[in-house]
Design a protein around this ligand. Structure first.
Ligand code: ATP
Ligand code: MG
Length: 224
C-alpha cells in the first residue's frame, strides 16, 4: 500500500467506504472541499482521498501548474480535516492520468469490503461517460454527482441514462459555491483577494511561490 493512502478494510465483516475526489486542483478551493464534506456526510464515507491529477487527460493543451505545487496546496487545504487525505498517487505516475487506471489500482490494492465512491461536480459527471474505459469506471466505483452552480444536473442525468454502461450514481445537493479554479486564478492575476474562497494556507502558498501571475511587491502587502 502506498504510504499516503488510508488503511481500510481490516475487518472483513465491515464494509468500508472510500471517497475519491479527483481533479486538477489548480488551485484547490472551497467548492471542492464543501462537495467532499457533503459526500462524506450523506454517503457515510470513512474517508475522502483528494487526488490531484498528474497530467490531466483533457487539459493537455492548457498550461497546468506543476503537480508538486498542486499537491502541496491540496495537502495544506485538507490538513485540518481528520477524514480528508491528500494523495500523491496520480502526481507521481508517469504520463496522462486516467481515472479508470487509478480505480483499477485501488480496487486491486484494497480488499473487496472497501467500496470506492468517485466524487465529481455536475459538469464532470456528465463527461465521465466519455472518459477512457468508462465501462471500467462504471464497474469499479459508485459515482457521486454534486450540484454545482452554472451546471445543469438534469443534463448530467441524461448523459448517464443514455450511456451504454451501468453507472451507479448518487446525486448530491451541495451548499452552492459558484467558484472555480479558473475564477481564483483570474482573481490572483487581478490582485484580488482569495479570502473565503480557499483556505488561507493555500493563499499563502500561492503568494509565497508566486503562482498564477502574483507580482511580488516591495512595499505594502499583496492582496490576501
Ligand atoms: P477549472 O476552472 O480549472 O476547471 P475547477 O474549479 O472546475 O477548475 P477541477 O479541478 O476542474 O476544478 O474540478 C475537480 C472536481 O471538482 C470536478 O469534479 C468538479 O466538477 C468539482 N468542482 C469544482 N468546483 C466545484 C464547485 N464549486 N461545486 C461543486 N463541485 C465542484
Ligand atoms: Mg473544471
Amino acid at each position: 500500500m502506498r504510504g499516503d493512502l488510508p488503511q481500510l478494510g481490516q475487518d472483513p465483516r465491515v464494509t468500508y467506504r472510500m471517497g475519491i475526489m479527483g481533479g486538477t486542483f489548480d488551485p484547490i478551493h472551497n467548492g471542492h472541499l464543501v462537495a467532499a464534506e457533503q459526500a462524506f456526510d450523506d454517503l457515510g464515507l470513512d474517508v475522502v482521498v483528494f487526488m490531484p491529477a498528474g497530467r490531466p487527460a483533457f487539459k493537455q493543451k492548457k498550461h497546468v501548474t506543476s503537480g508538486e505545487d498542486r499537491y502541496a496546496m491540496t495537502l495544506l487545504a485538507t490538513s485540518d480535516n481528520p477524514h480528508f487525505i491528500a494523495s500523491r498517487f496520480e502526481v507521481d505516475r508517469d504520463g496522462i492520468t486516467y481515472t479508470a487506471d487509478t480505480l483499477t489500482y485501488l480496487s486491486e490494492m484494497y480488499p473487496p469490503n472497501v467500496e470506492l465512491y468517485f466524487i465529481t461536480g455536475a459538469d464532470a459527471i456528465a463527461e465521465v461517460v466519455s472518459w477512457k474505459d468508462a465501462d471500467k469506471i462504471a464497474e469499479l466505483a459508485h459515482m457521486v454527482g454534486a450540484t454545482r452552480p452554472g451546471y445543469d444536473l438534469a443534463h448530467a442525468k441524461r448523459a448517464i441514462a443514455e450511456s451504454p454502461y451501468d453507472f451507479d450514481v448518487t446525486y448530491l445537493e451541495v451548499p452552492a459555491l459558484a467558484i472555480s479554479s479558473s475564477y481564483l486564478r483570474a482573481r490572483v492575476k487581478a490582485g484580488q483577494s482569495l479570502r473565503y474562497l480557499t483556505p488561507d494556507q493555500v493563499t499563502g502558498y500561492i503568494h509565497k511561490h508566486q503562482l498564477y501571475g502574483v507580482r511580488p511587491r516591495r512595499y505594502g502587502s499583496t492582496a490576501l
